[in-house]
Design a protein around this ligand. Structure first.
Ligand code: 0O2
Length: 268
């Protein structure tokens, strides 16, 4: 058997993970820039560690020479969503991407695994550019909710601890916990609109407040300082009232004042 040069073998997988993490974070960022709710909450990625690759190869009867052809999750991306409904949106986003060619989809949401594991998996081909030319590799993308992720992280550590010898009592508890996670996701789905409204108005409020503070700071350099101090006092008075409409009105008025001083374009 030829010597396995692991660093060389795994390098394109690391590149794929790095690139895809950046790309999916940009998807999230784009939603945020457009002030639209992002179906992606957290993006993570990893290259499978060599002992895990060897262990999986042994478990599946894959020869060392065939590792990269037969093990689909050497490069792994995890996209974590707030709500179950978001998972379908994320799957659609992936299906439409031109840089990913889907090989297989595994729906462990509609039908969970016997362990209780729930997640949506997409195995896709992704091409990276190396100094030896393009290299097409397989990537596994796991899409799941925060609650599903919590369960699978805990269960994964227990699997690691007990291997095939997990006590029946613990297995049962994990199954019950998986049911509880399912219930939690369903409960959250029923108040999704309300939660999204709350999150949107929090974001809106934060944007208005930073606009106001930015204008006050800019005015400080071009307007009468005592007047600016008065504006700031007025802002804090309105802020304490916690009234979004008043804050929005104050922001508009301040915009007009700043505009007359051209304070908004001040570069500091
Ligand atoms: P690690 O350490 O996370 O990398 P298949 O032949 O399709 O049934 P395969 O190829 O293992 O089996 O694919 P599958 O079942 O889709 O699982 C791929 C990955 O999903 C696993 O990788 C886990 O990350 C996760 N997963 C699958 N089943 C479970 C489960 O019951 N519990 C938890 N916590 N995670 C699960 P690895 O290599 O097993 O592990």
């Amino acid at each position: 058997m030829e010597v396995q040069l692991w660093r060389e073998i795994l390098a394109p997988y690391q590149l794929a993970v790095d690139e895809l993490v950046v790309k999916f974070n940009h998807v999230k960022q784009q939603y945020q820039n457009e002030k639209v709710y992002s179906p992606i909450e957290i993006v993570t990625g990893r290259v499978k560690r060599i002992p895990s690759i060897l262990e999986k190869a042994q478990r599946k009867g894959v020869s060392i020479e065939n590792l990269t052809d037969k093990i689909e999750d050497i490069a792994g991306i995890r996209l974590i969503c707030q709500f179950v409904e978001d998972i379908e949106t994320v799957v659609q986003i992936i299906r439409q991407r031109e840089d990913l060619e889907i090989k297989q989809e595994k729906d462990y949401i509609t039908k969970s695994k016997p362990s209780g594991y729930r997640s949506y998996h997409i195995i896709a081909y992704y091409t990276v550019q190396t100094i030896h030319g393009p290299k097409r590799i397989e990537v596994e993308i796991q899409i799941r909710t925060l609650a599903m992720n919590f369960w699978s992280t805990i269960e994964h550590s227990l699997q690691y601890k007990y291997k095939e010898h997990m006590p029946d009592e613990l297995r049962m508890r994990l199954l019950r916990a998986a049911d509880a996670v399912d219930m939690l996701d369903n409960e959250m789905a029923s108040v999704r609109d309300e939660i999204m409204d709350a999150q949107n108005s929090n974001k809106q409020k934060a944007t208005i407040i930073s606009d106001i503070l930015n204008n006050i700071e800019n005015l400080y350099y071009v307007a009468n300082k005592r007047e600016v101090a008065k504006i700031q006092d007025e802002f804090f008075k309105i802020y304490r009232k916690d009234d979004m409409q008043m804050l929005a009105r104050f922001n508009k008025q301040l915009d007009i004042i700043a505009e007359t001083y051209r304070a908004q374009t001040i570069q500091r």
